[in-house]
Design a protein around this ligand. Structure first.
Ligand code: SF4
Length: 149
């Protein structure tokens, strides 16, 4: 997983992101199952500062999972536009990168990056909880290590 440096520029702005990441989810189909282990008691994402919020207006990060259609990506775009900057999109699972098992459908989006700017792809079908935590942790460490301005 590679971090796109140009997205993170100001450490001061990002301080709250380092302390806790407020997440809004946009899941289609079995994409929802990707996050269930992460929120359940075994992994308990709140221990790591990840909090699910009920409005994109409060969110730092947008998790997108599941195979998407042009229609569903319009909703994802609306969600993304409502989020305050700086904001990060994490794309979970094979379906967000390739269309997954529905790759040859006329109505499946093959790369959600064509619709919203994806900060990091997390591979897997579904991705392991460790991979999701690792992706968020990589961003947090990167932000934390930025020099003070
Ligand atoms: S990557 Fe796998 S688990 Fe996730 S939405 Fe696609 S088929 Fe379902």
């Amino acid at each position: 997983m590679k971090i796109k440096k140009k997205v993170i520029t100001k450490k001061k702005v990002m301080k709250t992101f380092v302390k806790s990441v407020w997440v809004f989810n946009w899941f289609n189909s079995c994409g929802f199952t990707e996050i269930l282990p992460v929120v359940s008691s075994r992994w308990d994402m709140e221990r790591f500062g990840l909090v699910a919020v009920n409005s994109p207006r409060k969110a730092d990060a947008l998790f997108i999972a599941g195979y998407q259609t042009p229609k569903s990506m319009k909703r994802a775009q609306q969600i993304y536009e409502q989020m305050p900057s700086p904001k990060f999109v994490f794309a979970l699972g094979a379906c967000t990168m390739t269309g997954g098992m529905y790759w040859d459908s006329y109505n499946t989006v093959k790369r959600i990056e064509d619709y919203v700017p994806v900060f990091m792809y997390i591979p897997g079908c579904p991705p392991r909880p460790e991979a999701i935590f690792d992706a968020v942790h990589k961003v947090i460490v990167h932000v934390d290590e930025l020099p003070d301005e």
